[in-house]
Write a protein that binds this ligand. Structure first.
Ligand SMILES: C[S@@+](CC[C@H](N)C(=O)[O-])C[C@H]1O[C@@H](n2cnc3c(N)ncnc32)[C@H](O)[C@@H]1O
Length: 262
């Protein structure tokens, strides 16, 4: 199965402006959270939210009529208001998309808190353009871990033989660093997606050969996953070092130079 892919070193708004209306089937991404990570400059809250609104509207414009947008969001501090405010509370209705569902990504281990419960989840917002017509390939992502697979009702198996619906709480470990405990897929990026999370989204919400977009590409996790599952992928990333990281990663996976996907 050969997929095509393209990595552009670009600010996402410049990159998005080059795309035609309704060109993309599925966007899967995670923006900077405005919390002072090495790849972002912190903005006043209203400026940050306006910026998010601007690129979310652009993603809406470039999404096909039956396309979808999966947005991963964490928490930020709002001075005098909240120490860890869920970013979905601030952004969920700031685009013309229709919200299908919020999925909780429970990532297992992480930093330990002393004055609050230790944070162990982030959210994914699943948006679509048309709630009457969107892709959901449940059979592609069923969970085979069923407790009573042979249970019957009126002589018929109760559970689908492919497994159960995986539900809206996904227990999938984070990509870890460290000499002895680093994940196999680990790149030198501070916010890398695990391929397992992205694979569930891509298989459920797109079909082979469709075009996936990640406008905050980082180390290229969305692109690797799209490629391995026979989808085309376009990514924008503003930092040259991460672009190189994603290129090297893709060349290893694809064993071929970068191709163009549009
Ligand atoms: C949360 S990280 C995404 C990490 C990615 N999901 C991965 O698996 O590696 C956000 C990325 O967006 C990039 N970025 C920040 N501002 C950007 C902008 N204006 N345009 C494009 N990329 C940007 C950052 O350099 C960072 O790599």
């Amino acid at each position: 199965m050969v997929a095509e892919y393209e990595i552009r070193c670009s600010d996402l708004l410049h990159g998005l402006a080059t795309l035609k209306n309704e060109a993309v089937d599925l966007t899967v991404t995670s923006p900077p959270y405005n919390i002072g990570k090495e790849y972002e400059s912190q903005l006043p809250l209203d400026e940050y939210l306006n910026w998010c609104e601007t690129w979310m509207r652009e993603i809406y414009r470039v999404t096909k009529p039956n396309g979808a947008f999966w947005l991963n969001l964490g928490y930020l501090e709002i001075s005098g208001k909240g120490r860890a405010v869920p970013i979905p509370y601030l952004l969920w209705d700031k685009s013309p998309f229709y919200l299908i569902q919020e999925v909780v990504w429970h990532y297992g281990a992480g930093v330990a808190s002393k004055k609050a419960f230790s944070p162990r989840n982030e959210k994914w917002l699943w948006f679509v353009k048309n709630p009457q017509a969107y892709t959901f390939n449940l059979d592609q992502v069923r969970d085979p871990e069923v407790k009573y697979p042979n249970q019957k009702k009126n002589g018929k198996l109760k559970c689908n033989p492919l497994g159960k619906n995986p539900g809206d709480v996904w227990i999938i470990p984070k990509v870890t660093s460290g000499t002895n405990r680093a994940s196999k897929e680990r790149m030198d990026h501070p916010a890398q997606f695990p391929v397992a999370v992205i694979e569930r989204i891509i298989l459920a919400c797109s079909n082979e050969n469709e075009l996936i977009l990640d406008p905050f590409l980082g180390s290229g996790s969305t692109m690797v996953t799209a490629y391995l599952n026979g989808r085309r992928c376009l990514g924008f990333e503003v930092r040259e070092d991460y672009v190189k990281m994603a290129q090297t990663r893709m060349e290893l996976v694809a064993n071929a130079p970068i191709q163009t996907c549009l």
